[in-house]
Design a protein around this ligand. Structure first.
Ligand SMILES: [Zn+2]
Ligand SMILES: [Zn+2]
Length: 146
């Protein structure tokens, strides 16, 4: 098994939303889909976390971005922080850039590569999945849980 899960601290730009999160792995993935690009102002660099504890939720805003997911942000400074399923569950995609220390993560994969604008590319070799491939994998995971 991997090393013991560890709580990592993070927060938004203004500091109103502070949290600790337990990454499932020390890996981040990047989503190029149109919703993530608009929401994050770049690409969404995400770390899958099983547990997120928020110190003070009073400044945490939630936007229901689809029938199944919501995106959470700081109401004061606008930082994009968390993507999670509306029904809850044990998976929260935490913005890599919100962690106080981003140095311990590796770049696992890129998703929704077919939505990526042509004007930029990330260097290096890694899996690059289309939106259809991601949705098929997500569906298989959901069925596996039932
Ligand atoms: Zn803030
Ligand atoms: Zn996305």
């Amino acid at each position: 098994m991997a090393a013991a899960a560890q709580n990592l601290s993070g927060g938004c730009l203004c500091g109103a939303v502070r949290f600790t999160a337990v990454p499932q792995k020390r890996e981040m993935d990047v989503c190029h889909c149109g919703m993530c690009r608009r929401w994050s102002g770049g690409v969404f660099m995400a770390v899958s976390c099983g547990e997120v504890t928020i110190e003070d939720e009073s400044q945490l805003g939630s936007y229901l971005s689809s029938d199944w997911a919501m995106r959470q942000f700081c109401r004061n400074c606008g930082s994009s922080l968390f993507w999670r399923l509306r029904e809850g569950g044990d998976h929260v995609a935490v913005a890599l850039q919100s962690f106080d220390d981003t140095g311990s993560f590796t770049f696992l994969e890129e998703i929704f590569i077919d939505d990526k604008p042509a004007l930029y590319d990330f260097a290096g070799e890694r899996p690059r999945l289309t939106g259809a491939e991601v949705m098929a994998r997500f569906q298989a995971q959901q069925e596996g849980r039932q």
